[in-house]
Structures are given as C-alpha cells and as structure tokens.
Design a protein around this ligand. Structure first.
Ligand SMILES: Cc1cc2nc3c(=O)[nH]c(=O)nc-3n(C[C@H](O)[C@H](O)[C@H](O)COP(=O)(O)OP(=O)(O)OC[C@H]3O[C@@H](n4cnc5c(N)ncnc54)[C@H](O)[C@@H]3O)c2cc1C
Length: 541
C-alpha cells in the first residue's frame, strides 16, 4: 500500500512524518478485525456495519495557507528553501496529533485546518532566528516532534496571529554526548524513541522509555509532555530521567541542570518539562541511562478481582521489590485481551484480572527482585500464570493502537483517557470516571488498567469503546467533559502522562488554582512576550 502522504508523495517538498496522516503508525502494520472482535462489537455495542470511508489525502480540502510570500521568504532565508514549505502535502501530515477526535477530523470531507507552513530548522541558531521572524511577522509557532499528541497539543491554532507554522524538529537527531562514567547521554530533541535507543545500544546503553507511542514520539516530545513509559516502575517517568535541558525561547537560550542534584533555588528544568511548546523549544535533553540489561524475567498473574490486584500492586511498590514493569488489567480489559490475542499478540486466556511483571538487569539481581515480587504477589492473593502471558504482552505492546483505526473503520469509536491519585482514592476515582463515561455514552464498554505505580498512588488508564453513531465528535466531547469533571471531583489529576494541550486546558485552573495559572502566564510573558508559542495550549487565557 502506498498512501498518498508517505515520503515521496506528490506535492510534498519536505520529508514527511513516518506515520500515516489519518491513522496510527506504519500503514504496513494495519490490522483487520478478527471474527472474535467483530462478534464482541456486534454483541456488546450493536456495531455491525462499516463506517463511510474518509477522503484520500488528495481529496482532503485544507483551508488555504495564510502565510505571506514575505514571511515565507524570511523563513527560507533562515533555514534554506529546502526546509520550508506551504504545500498542502506538507501541511496535512502536521495538521494535528493522533487522538480519536484528530482522526475523526482527518476523515472529514469539510475544509480542514492545517498549519499555514512547515519549517524544519537544522540547529538552535536557526530555531532562535525562526522565532524572531515569526514574532516580527506575527506568526504563531507549534513545535512538532513525533506528532503523537492525544490532547490537541498540535492543533494549528493561530490565536490572535496572522498565520501559524509547524516547527518540525526532526533534524535535531544527534547523540551529542555519552558519558559512560556518569551514566548520562545528551540526545537531540528530534530523535524518535527507536532512533535514540539504537544510538545508545551501539555503545551498550539504554534509556528504557517505552510509551505505547515509542516508535514515533521524540525525545523533545517526551520532555515537553512529561511522558511516562511502560517500564516506569523500573526506570521512572521521562521527567525523572532528565538531568538537563537546552531550550530556545524568544527571549534567549537556556541550559538548565548542573550536577546530579542541586540546591540552587527552584528547579527551573521543571518549568520546561511539561511546557508543551508554550514556553520554549527544547533542543537537547541530558538523560540518565543504564547499561543494556543482561537478562529479563517474566511472570504473569491472575487476581480474582481488581481490588485484590490493586492491593497487590500497592504491596509490591511500597515494599520496593523492584519489578521493571508491573501492570494490572480490570476484568473487562482482561476479557477483551482474550479476544485480541490473535489480533495483536496480546495475552492468552486468563480469568479475573491479568497482571504482568517483567524484571530487567543482571542475572543475580533479577532473580532476587523476581523472588521478592513473587512472594508479595502470592501473599496478596495472586495466582501465577507463568511467563507466557507476560511475554505475549511485551510482544504485542506497541500494536494495540492499530486496532483503533480498524474499529473506526468498522463503526466503533475507541478512545483512551488517564489520571492518577493516591491509593486510598483510586476505587472512588475509578467508579466516578466509569459512571461518567457510561452515563454520557450509554452501552459503552469501559476498560481500565493500572500501569504506573508509586509508593503513594497509581495511574488509572481507561479505554472506551462505543458505537460511532451520528456526530461522534460531539458525543465524545460530552463524554470527555463528564470524565474530566469526574476526575477533578474525585481527587484525581486531569492527566498523569498525556499532558494538557488544548483538550485538558479547561481543567488547569482546577488543577493548579488561579494563582498557579497566573504564575504560568507571568513566566510565558517573560519568555515569549509576543505570545507566539503554541497558543491555546496548556495555559488558560
Ligand atoms: C497510540 C498512542 C499511545 C500513547 N502512549 C503513551 C504512553 O504510553 N505514555 C505517554 O506518556 N504518552 C503516550 N501517548 C501520548 C504521546 O505519545 C506523548 O505525549 C509523547 O510524549 C508526545 O511526543 P511527540 O514527540 O509525538 O510530541 P508531539 O505530539 O509532536 O508534541 C506534543 C506536545 O509537545 C510539544 N513539543 C514537541 N516537541 C517539542 C520540543 N522539542 N520542544 C518544545 N515543545 C515540543 C508540541 O508542541 C505539543 O504541544 C500516546 C499517544 C498515542 C497516539
């Protein structure tokens, strides 16, 4: 299959993102739904038909570019003619992220929004000069990493400006330094997860950050969104790995992070971790790394119910027994996993609630941590399922997003949302969110899992599957509002790792209070006085 907007597409002047413009990932890996899943959709949701196909890239109508020839010329003078384009074939693949609403918008035959031009700078000096040109010509700038945002972080909003450009950071793709003594590497912001890991692996090192979007998302994007990967129990969230950052802002360039730790005032790195392109452009990140693990061990578990499994994960985390991965699916997700097994190489038949543990490191350590964890899980009511289901989970762990596209094609809406809270608040939070979602989308299937644990609490990750029906964007919008209100009402955070973007911005005042919002506005006014950086995201206006 040769989709129209993959590299080499007619009309494209720039190298295109490796991902299909209207679907997840590599088109070659697209999945047809199995008979089991089709049966489940028909029985649970009454979904039996196929959705109307969306337009091809050639049929999509983009609103015309508003960038002036003058501004385009000034940008080309900075980055070179070959690295700037206002062609529709370059604008379309940067028109947004990869949430389900993004995918539904891409399927529309009505005129669609897109950035007015795409600029691909080669270094920090060019980024600083691009920001100056944009401030002068009153152009908003949306930094673009891997394009995997699920919160509207890449929406091409102009705000009060004449035009908006997508600043594609793919050329910042170098391993700048690797310090084997300190266990640190400096990686360019535009490196994708696999490209970064390949550069480190050549030298025997690993970062160990594996979000489900790993194959396409970038180092800069991970930092800008406070991403969390599936190995977070072992290696921590991405923000915990960060030792230093370089950031270009319209007011100047910052290099932050000295030494392994510091008492030199508030930690300014934290201002840019999670800043989502609104305060500056992250160009390079100094990260804690570890030697490639010598061995891996796997064990899956079954728990009679989610409450028992949750208590078991809490025991493991609070005792610090040291799994690299630990996750627990609720009954519904465990059941759907069964139907998906042949589809994505997921976990084979399990009753109750499936938990997965993985251990990485040297042989002796892995054995010790595995034994301690096994003891804790047995004591908490778990039944071992051996290693096969855990290996199967790892094998299929990046494949599930492909199913979302097949579900959309079959007429089912599938979207995810996530939050986190203290262990004592988790049951109430889970109930509140589930009720909000099923209240707004009667009959919807709501699945939940825990995949990031802390001594004091954990994340909850929800997957919602419902009939697409009429006007799915409006229906999902209502469900998302109900879920967001339920999260805040039940004491959760509006996002544990997806970030804020445009979609969670309405809850930012609930999250950090009026004064907190005023602090963010004041920082933005200092760093980005013209306000060109990613308008409409993160900071309530
Ligand atoms: C199927 C799927 C699965 C996902 N799974 C996970 C998961 O397991 N864990 C997780 O944490 N997230 C997950 N996400 C969300 C998303 O992948 C993350 O938010 C990721 O960190 C974004 O990285 P990116 O390079 O794609 O950034 P983009 O999507 O390109 O950008 C995200 C935001 O950061 C800004 N930005 C990007 N690069 C820079 C930079 N260099 N400097 C300043 N601002 C920048 C953008 O302007 C935007 O606001 C998933 C998304 C999808 C679609």
């Amino acid at each position: 299959m040769a989709p129209e907007t993959q590299a080499g597409a007619a009309g494209a002047a720039l190298p295109l993102p490796p991902m299909k413009w209207d679907a997840w990932g590599d088109p070659a890996l697209a999945k047809e739904l199995s008979a089991d899943i089709k049966g489940l959709l028909a029985a649970a949701l009454g979904v039996t038909g196929d959705a109307a196909p969306g337009p091809s890239a050639a049929e999509v109508v983009l609103r015309p570019s508003r960038i002036t020839a003058d501004a385009l010329g000034a940008l080309a003078a900075v980055v070179g003619e070959a690295h700037v384009s206002a062609a529709d074939a370059d604008r379309l693949p940067r028109a947004g992220g990869k949430s389900t609403p993004d995918l539904l918008r891409r399927r529309s035959r009505e005129p669609q929004d897109a950035p007015d031009a795409v600029v691909v700078p080669g270094d920090e000096a060019q980024i600083a000069a691009v920001l100056a040109v944009c401030a002068e010509h009153r152009i908003a700038v949306v930094p673009f990493g891997g394009g995997t945002s699920v919160v509207g972080g890449l929406d091409p909003e102009r705000g009060s400006f004449e035009a908006v450009v997508s600043l594609d950071l793919r050329r910042l793709d170098r391993l700048h330094a690797l310090d084997e003594t300190s266990g640190e590497a400096v990686l360019g912001a535009g490196l994708t997860g696999p490209a970064a890991e390949a550069l480190l692996a050549e030298r025997g090192w690993e970062l160990g950050h594996y979000p489900q979007s790993f194959r396409f998302a970038t180092i800069g994007g991970f930092a800008a969104t406070r991403s969390s990967g599936q190995d977070s129990a072992g290696y921590g969230r991405f923000d915990e790995m960060v030792r230093g950052l370089r950031v270009v802002t319209p007011a100047g360039t910052l290099e932050l992070g000295r030494g392994p730790a510091s008492a030199a005032g508030p930690d300014l790195r934290q201002l840019f971790l999670g800043s989502e392109g609104t305060l500056g452009v992250i160009t390079a990140v100094r990260l804690r790394i570890h030697p490639l693990p010598a061995v891996k061990a796997y064990e899956a578990w079954s728990f009679p119910d989610f409450a028992t499994g949750t208590a078991a994960l809490r025991a493991v985390e609070q005792q610090g027994t040291g799994p690299t991965v630990i996750r627990l699916s609720d009954e519904a997700e465990t059941m759907v996993n069964l139907a998906m097994t042949e589809q994505i190489g997921g976990s084979p038949a399990v009753s109750g609630c499936l938990a997965v543990t993985v251990f990485e490191g040297d042989a002796e350590q892995v054995a010790a941590r595995h034994d301690l964890t096994r003891e804790a899980l047995l004591a908490a009511g778990g039944t071992s399922l051996g290693e096969a289901p855990a290996r199967a989970w790892e094998h299929g762990r990046f494949n599930a997003p492909y199913l979302r596209d097949s579900l959309l094609n079959a007429g089912a809406l599938c979207e995810t949302l996530e939050t986190a809270a203290g262990w004592s608040d988790l049951p109430r939070l889970r109930t509140a969110v589930t009720e909000a979602l099923t209240g707004a989308l009667p009959g919807a299937l709501v699945l939940c899992h825990i995949s990031h644990v802390y001594p004091t609490g954990a994340s909850l990750y929800f997957t919602v599957v419902a009939a697409l029906g009429e006007d799915p964007l409006t229906r999902w919008g209502a469900a998302k509002r109900a879920a967001g209100d339920a999260i805040i009402g039940a004491g959760g955070t509006i996002t544990h790792h997806h970030a804020v973007g445009a979609d969670h911005r309405p809850w930012m005042t609930d999250e950090i209070g009026d004064l907190g919002v005023r602090i963010l506005r004041a920082v933005k006014a200092e760093l980005d006085p013209a306000g060109i950086l990613n308008p409409g995201k993160l900071i309530p206006s």
